[in-house]
Design a protein around this ligand. Sequence first.
Ligand SMILES: NC(=O)C1=CN([C@@H]2O[C@H](COP(=O)(O)OP(=O)(O)OC[C@H]3O[C@@H](n4cnc5c(N)ncnc54)[C@H](OP(=O)(O)O)[C@@H]3O)[C@@H](O)[C@H]2O)C=CC1
Ligand SMILES: CC(C)(CO)C(=O)C(=O)O
Length: 312
Amino acid sequence: MKIAIAGAGAMGSRFGLMLKQGGNDVLLIDGWQEHINAIKENGLKANYNGEEITVKVPIVNQNEVPTGEQFDLIILFTKAMQLEKMLQDVKPLIADHTEVLCLLNGIGHEDVIEKFVPMEKIFIGNTMWTAGLEGPGKAKLFGSGSVELQNLGIGQEESAKKLAETLSASGLNAKYSDNIHYSIYRKACVNGTMNGLCTILDVNMAGLGATKPAHDMVVTIVNEFAAVAAKENVNLDIPEVIEYVETCFDPTTIGMHFPSMHQDLIKNNRLTEIDYINGAISRKGKKYGVVTPYCDFLTQLVHSKEEILGAK
Ligand SMILES: NC(=O)C1=CN([C@@H]2O[C@H](COP(=O)(O)OP(=O)(O)OC[C@H]3O[C@@H](n4cnc5c(N)ncnc54)[C@H](OP(=O)(O)O)[C@@H]3O)[C@@H](O)[C@H]2O)C=CC1
Ligand SMILES: CC(C)(CO)C(=O)C(=O)O
């Protein structure tokens, strides 16, 4: 399959690497020139579950996407605030048959994608895979993960199932979800707790889980997400979601991971996706008349920290 990864940071590199190793024809697309140069010169390097590997994979700057090339699949893996610009830049690659899969964290990305891609070609989902960048062209990939996805367009279930099979054939452990809005809210509860709290407290997920107030904070935040989701007819099974969120504390699975928001702000001094996670719940809460004090406060704390650190 001919696949473009639009946004080849940590996660785009992971998916690109695994899909390439799985025999697909992969093109990475990104905007970070130093990273592009490093991959062009030395290949994509990765510490892959403890083993140092190099994979030769083509990469282009999003300002110079090849005209005349068409892709079967484009996987969107930018940060939420970069999504619209990326879609504008990759527009020439979107042919009539091109399927577009969005696996970004956060809520409501379909509103942006719909401006560029016909509904029947849009697939949305989320992932529990993790990844980090050690520097330009060098990824750190450990542990295992999963993907859930569904079609947005009516009658595209078979295409969504095939897409999940394609990802799974490269070891990405993908499955079709028959209620992706539920899955996205469920995953957003993971990010709404782990990402902001680990960033403010400067710990990994296992470190957060080892603190006494962690459980109460998780319970309160999940309840705020659930109250907002219910207004959109997504009825979260709150005890199950809390249990799911707290699996992230396990140091033997993904607990040692510093969430992507921590990587952004604390490691790389970059702005965060908080407005698309807890901030989205605050905004929706105001719209629906639901109070969300923890999400409001966490959003404010992360924005204050961005200002203090002069993040860009
Ligand atoms: N990392 C993780 O473990 C997980 C991340 N996600 C989600 O996946 C999506 C993509 O995240 P992720 O792969 O972590 O994003 P990254 O921050 O690794 O990459 C996103 C983009 O940021 C820019 N960039 C990244 N690092 C630097 C740097 N040091 N200096 C300059 N530019 C840089 C690059 O583009 P540009 O130069 O154009 O800005 C890059 O394409 C997000 O929605 C995230 O929440 C989901 C699950 C796990
Ligand atoms: C759940 C978690 C923490 C890892 O998949 C993530 O989504 C992130 O790092 O942003």
